[in-house]
Design a protein around this ligand. Structure first.
Ligand SMILES: [Zn+2]
Length: 318
């Protein structure tokens, strides 16, 4: 049930690269016998990214993405060294993603789609646009395309077998306040607005589709901090979360991650049937030990199953 799939993104990238490097075929050097073709320069060593992405198939309308927990640092890849580049990993988030999948399996006998970047963040950032993700190392372009294509594929497959789906981009933060930070592409200052002021900002967020559909009558602020919102469900299970009904917004001066590249790209801001939420996890009590990862995974499964029923009309088949 958990077969891996391979994508052809690398082949596409290689084809494009070959085309860009073309034009020399059939030319001859001055003074050279026209019958003797100019030797073709040896191509740059190709990098095979298939071992750097772990993608497992699922059977429920949930996609879990872990871009910052990789543990591989191949010597052929330079360290990313670009202005503003973050190279520290989100510790244990690869294991956390796998534990969430295992918790679904234990609970309902079915797994979500899971896509994990296995490269360490000093080599590749799975939550950035191409240039920053690769640190400008052109030979990693194929990896970036392959990584994003695997997420695209998981989204498409989840939405093809279900009416709609939810994607969770899983991270770890080191902010001062130990609480989950849920990102919908709404900034902290936007979240501090009143519900009425927040309403017109929901189109363009990563849960635009939910806002349009108004499941159970919920739209606008209710989707991010009403009693049925994911943060409120997690808070009720003992996991402090922002935004939630308990903590509607970060206070001025408090650190907060509002959602990154993947949340923007793979949510429903531009349409489609897949919403996205970034979950930034604190460390102690959530991802620091195997026992805590299991406890968190169980709580998240409970919260997501409730959300899937209320907002996505999906319950596990008997
Ligand atoms: Zn991260």
């Amino acid at each position: 049930m958990t077969g891996r799939w391979r994508r052809s993104a690398l082949l596409v990238a290689c084809t494009v690269a070959a085309a860009c490097g073309g034009g020399a075929s059939g030319t001859t050097a001055p003074g050279r016998d026209p019958a003797t073709p100019t030797p073709t320069p040896a191509p740059a060593p190709s990098l095979d990214p298939t071992g750097w992405v772990s993608a497992s198939d699922g059977t429920i309308p949930v996609v879990i993405v872990a871009p910052h927990g990789g543990d591989l640092s191949p010597s052929e890849l330079p360290d990313r060294n670009c202005a503003g580049c973050v190279t520290l990993n989100d510790a244990n988030t690869q294991a956390l993603a796998e534990e969430i999948a295992a918790a679904f399996q234990r609970r309902i006998g079915r797994r979500p789609f899971v896509v994990i970047n296995r490269l360490h963040r000093r080599k590749f950032d799975g939550n950035r646009e191409l240039t920053e993700a690769t640190g400008g190392f052109a030979q990693l372009t194929g990896m970036w395309e392959y990584w994003q294509a695997n997420i695209d594929s998981a989204r498409a497959r989840a939405a093809r077998t279900h009416a709609r789906a939810i994607l969770i981009d899983l991270h770890g933060h080191a902010h001062a306040i130990p609480r989950l930070e849920l990102g919908y592409m709404l900034s902290a200052s936007q979240l501090r607005l009143s519900d009425a002021q927040l309403l017109p900002l929901l189109p363009g967020t990563s849960i635009t589709r939910l806002h349009q559909l108004k499941p159970m009558g919920d739209s606008g602020a209710a989707l991010v901090r009403g009693p049925r919102a994911l943060g409120s469900r997690l808070a009720a299970l003992g996991l402090p979360s922002v935004p939630s009904d308990v903590t509607p917004a970060p206070l001025a001066g408090e650190d907060y991650f509002s959602g990154g590249y993947n949340t923007q790209r793979h949510g429903s801001a531009s349409g489609g049937a897949v919403d996205a939420i970034q979950i930034e996890c604190h460390n102690i009590g959530v991802r620091d030990t195997a026992a805590n990862r299991t406890a968190f995974a169980e709580a998240l499964v409970t919260a997501l199953l409730g959300m899937l029923e209320d907002y996505y009309g999906w319950t596990p088949p008997a």
